[in-house]
Structures are given as C-alpha cells and as structure tokens.
Design a protein around this ligand. Sequence first.
Ligand code: BDR
Ligand code: CA
Length: 348
Amino acid sequence: MGWSIICYGIDKFLVKHQFKIRQSAFSWGWLSMSTQHKLSVPTILDCDPGHDDALAIMLAAASAELNLIAVTTVAGNGGIERVTDNALRVCALAGIDNIRIAQGARNPLLSPATGAKSIHGESALDGAELPTPRLALERIGAVDLMADIVSSAKDPVTLIATGPLTNIALFIKMHPQLLIKINRISLMGGSTNRGNWTPLAEFNIWADPEAADIVFQSSINIFMTGLNISHQVLITKEIFSRLRGLDTHLSRTINPLLQFFAHTYDTVFGMPDPPLHDPIAVFAVSHPELMTFIECNVSVEKNGTLTRGATVVDIHGVTGKASNAKVAIGIDVDAFWYHMIQAIKELG
Ligand code: BDR
Ligand code: CA
C-alpha cells in the first residue's frame, strides 16, 4: 500500500517533468517505457479565457494524466486579442511556462463574434489584476500550431475545447489527413436539456453552430460535457472557503476572479453559486472513470428560427441516427472539486 502510493508519487513527478527531462542531455530510455505512454496524454487546449477557461488551463497544466503541449485561443467570451492576452496572463499567474500559445480565429465561420461581457466582463476576465505575460505568442496561428503538433507527435493527440469550435472545425477541414492522429475531442458545450445563451442553446455552440456541426459530423471520438453536468458543479460558499483556506498567491487571485463570476451569474441567471463549466472537459480526459457517459447521436440545430445553436441529444435513440458522441450524464462532484483545488494548490 505504502509502496504503491510512493510509486504513484514518483510517477506523477516524472510525468509532470518529462517535458523538461526529455529535453535534457540525459538518456532516460526507461522513463519513456515506464511512464510516458502509460499516464500522460499529449493535449492541446483550445479556449476563450474567460473565468472558467482560466481554471481549465490550470487543471490541464497541473494534471499528471495530461501532457499539456499548447493552449490555443478562439474568439468567444471576448475578442481574439483579449482572450489571447488573458491566456498569456493566466499562464504567467499560474507559473505555466513550458507550453506553446497561439492565437486562433477572430470570428466564427459565418456569424460575427459577440463576446459574453454580461458574464465575463469587459476584459473577458474581470475581477483581478493579472500579471504581464511571460510566454511569447507563437508566430503561427492556432490551426497551424495544431497541425504542427499533431503531425510531429509520436502518440495520438487529445484536443480539449472550451470555447466556440471555430479553430477545431478549421483544423478538421484543412488537415483531414491528420484526423487519424486525434484520439479524441473533449468539449464543453451544449446540453442534454436547456441552454443558457438562449432558452435552448448553450453559449459555445450558439457562438458558432456551423463549426460545432462540422465537429460533431467529423467521426472523431467526441466527449461532450454540457450544461446538464456543469450545472451540478457549483462554486458554492464552501468551495470559496476551501479556496481561501489555501491562502497561496494563486488562490488569492482566483478568489476575486470567481467572486466577479458569481456576481454576474447571480445578476444574469439568479444563480449566486455559479457553475464551473470548462474544467470539466479537462476532467473528462484526466478522470473519465469519475464521470458517466452515454453514447448517442448529437446534432446541432443551425437553422431553427428560435433554436439556432441547440444541441439535439438523442439520449433515447428515437431518431435511429448512429451515435457520434459520448455525452456526459454524471459526475462525481466531490472528486472533481478535490482535483480542481489540488491543482490550484500544486501550482501555488
Ligand atoms: C461556456 O460559455 C462560456 O461563457 C464559458 O467560458 C463556457 O465555456 C458555458 O456556456
Ligand atoms: Ca469557455
């Protein structure tokens, strides 16, 4: 028992540091055999930070099960320059310095970008002063960076998407020959029931339904985490008190950010304990065994006069359409918060 805990600790340490170890002059052949393939999933996180995206970046960077290679940005919660700047600042805040960051689509495929000021504020990440960026932005764009990483990766790459699906759809259309090297897309978007941005559409899907449709029709292995799950993962007063209890540099900045988010959620939706959507798409990769998924068909409504951007999730198989996604229908909420808070603690 004691030995396995120690082994797990060593494994975690090695996985977290393998990027640097691999770059060192030493030859650690045994390391790649013993840990690299077993635990660490090469991952690109495509996001639009955003308060919950910021925590998704942190969870992805801190999770030993993931090897976060890059963060790419997409217009969503704010304009592209803002969300890119936010991604860079979040990395500086959390001490994440061994990843690549690239800027992606300025607009959805067919519609203009709208932002989500009512929820995330003017900067898309209001509530606290964030440090100046330390990482330099890649000279190539998000889709080119995805292609670069996927084509040169030894193992299949996981894409996590926590914003509108514009970049992912462009990647699918521009690099069909690389799709075989994508082992899954874990996305936060849609819902098995109602929406948030319109009565039936969730923001990420509503913001670019054409892109979402391309993704769901791509035949890639898709894990969808929607509002039906994220509305169970609430930032309650007890969670705020656990965060305060960490009393680290990072938790002291996260606290006012999430207070801002809680305030807007209360104002807009009458929810004083706001849902923490995006990190759950990361958790679906790091700890799928702590969630429940159902395989079914998901179609995206692009033309509805009242329902554009709705995900039509055929849980009961009544349409007879083939399943194209694993849709989350359950989560161990306590376990999620344990890992989320642990990640914040580890990043310091
Ligand atoms: C999604 O919309 C955005 O505002 C959040 O960042 C999250 O990705 C929730 O509907
Ligand atoms: Ca988001």
